[in-house]
Design a binder for this molecule. Sequence first.
Ligand code: AR6
Length: 172
Amino acid sequence: MALNRIKVLRGDITKLTNVEAIVNAANESLLGGGGVDGSIHRAAGPQLLDECRGLHGCKTGQAKITKGYKLPARYVIHTVGPRYSTGSRERSEELLRSAYRSSLECAKSNSITSIAFPSISTGIYGYPITEACKVAVSTVREFLEQNEETNVTFVLFSQGDLQVYEQHLSQL
Ligand code: AR6
């Protein structure tokens, strides 16, 4: 069952040792920033930024892969979620779904079967956590139903966010 291949935990995604790829909640430049993006670049070291420079950015809702350098995870999949304040709610949801979906497809095309996600767009980009959680879980679940070898971990930074995920998953 797909739900059995979804894990949630509270922690710092840069410290995860048991996944092949971690996802970065980046911006369209792919040249670093604050939040989880800043932490990933700090932990990976300057070679990550060098490789990102060669990618020439990433559109909102899409994803690009790099190596993980000094991170325990072998790869980083950089995706860009929507800024919640700009555009309609429907468009934001579509773009958030696309960010998760593109990250999963990117992993698949690189033969990666274990992936960890932070809560994309719910920090600096302002997407409400309860709404974002539903989009994240439903997009991942749908993908896992078609891809039986894949495992996904959601890594939440705060106790409150963890509770939102645990509660939502327990209702499915
Ligand atoms: N591990 C796991 N989750 C984390 C970590 C961490 N080390 N650090 C923060 N979070 P945000 P966004 C959580 O703001 O909303 C950057 O400047 C955080 O608590 O990192 O997609 C980019 O360059 C929140 O729940 O990403 C973009 O400009 C979640 O990760 C912009 O922020 C996402 O928060 C993207 O904004």
